[in-house]
Design a protein around this ligand. Structure first.
Ligand code: G3I
Length: 303
């Protein structure tokens, strides 16, 4: 296989990328997108501020443009994201009443998932709900502060009723190192959800790595989560300076875990990345393949 998508398919996996709707008209960008990638995550277009900027007023047009492009090119979609403390409009973050916020959250999930029903392989139902640092607890957010610990479970239960065919994922960053308190906090939540029958199908490890790439325990982390009975995915991969070794090690960690079902890079060219100046992606500013690309392709079994 000579592309990331085809090489990943050799072991039943996908290789995806974040896509910005505003770049789809860039021929260099869309040529690489359609040649290499088999899964697409909208970089911003399905977030709350984009989709429901004021209460009950929904705008799906930017997200729809990505879904149509993906559909026309045989790419699957990851929905990103339904419940997140960031890129959240003020009208939501200022709600102080639990009955109102519960209804607003469930309505947002219901409207957005219904709109895209049947067209999304997996949803990031809740994104980044755990705190950084040593607490292992949920972070402060309007959802946590007004609804309490149960908001995550409620979001997943609502999501399952709306689109029972979609895989429902929890997605977070800095949960790649096994011994970190944040990793352990998420692991305990998933274990608890599985033991009580709360619907969760997958955990996304964002994998925004520094120059050294993944922590030594990354494969252990993926495999320990998978052993709870969920799929695991690398969902937002980028690595400062993108060394070939770091990319190769990341891909190998996934390939070594049967339930690691796919890898998504957080953008195509370095110039498309949110990490300005870090050159963290697989293609340079001109769209040429970087050494990290070859390392990833080889690790996937292609070349
Ligand atoms: O759309 C406005 C535009 O109208 C305005 O002129 C411009 C001026 O700054 O801003 C535009 O919005 C920006 C948006 O991206 C779309 O380009 C925001 O400022 C900017 O903050 C936003 O950044 C996104 C970031 O999430 C926001 O938290 C990045 O593109 C996106 O890559 C990043 O992705 C997140 C994942 O969703 C979750 N995990 C972490 C990851 C990296 O932060």
């Amino acid at each position: 296989a000579t592309t990331l998508g085809a090489a990943a398919a050799g072991s039943g996996r996908y290789f995806g990328t974040a896509v910005a709707s505003g770049r789809l008209g860039d021929a260099t960008y869309s040529t690489i997108l359609d040649r290499e990638f088999t899964m697409v995550t909208p970089e911003n277009e399905m977030k709350w501020d984009a989709v429901e900027p004021s209460r009950g007023s929904f705008n799906f047009a930017p997200g729809d443009s990505i879904v149509s492009h993906a559909s026309a090119h045989g790419q699957k979609m990851r929905g990103h994201t339904l419940v997140w403390h960031s890129q959240l409009p003020n009208w939501v973050s200022s709600i102080g009443d639990a009955t109102t916020l519960r209804s607003v959250m469930n309505n947002h999930i219901t409207q957005e998932m219904s709109h895209y029903k049947g067209r999304i392989y997996a949803w990031d139902v809740v994104n980044e709900a755990f705190a950084d640092g040593g607490s292992g607890q949920h972070r402060s957010s309007v959802f946590q502060n007004v609804l309490g610990n149960g908001f995550i479970e409620e979001a997943f239960r609502t999501a399952r009723t709306v689109d029972p065919a979609a895989k429902l994922c929890y997605n977070d960053y800095n949960i790649e190192n096994w011994s970190d308190a944040k990793t352990q906090g998420v692991y305990s939540m998933v274990k608890d959800f599985k033991s009580r029958g709360v619907p969760i199908d997958c955990v996304g490890f964002q994998s925004h790595f520094g120059t050294g790439g993944p922590p030594a325990s990354f494969q252990t982390t993926l495999s320990n989560f998978a052993a709870l009975g969920v799929d695991v995915q690398i969902t937002e991969l980028d690595i400062a300076q993108a060394s070939a070794t770091a990319y190769g090690n990341t891909v190998k960690a996934c390939l070594n875990v049967a339930r690691c079902t796919g890898i998504t890079a957080w953008g195509i060219r370095d110039s498309d990345s949110w990490r300005t100046g870090e050159n963290p992606l697989l293609f340079d500013n001109s769209g040429n393949k970087k050494p990290a690309y070859s390392a990833a392709l080889t690790a996937l079994g292609g070349g």
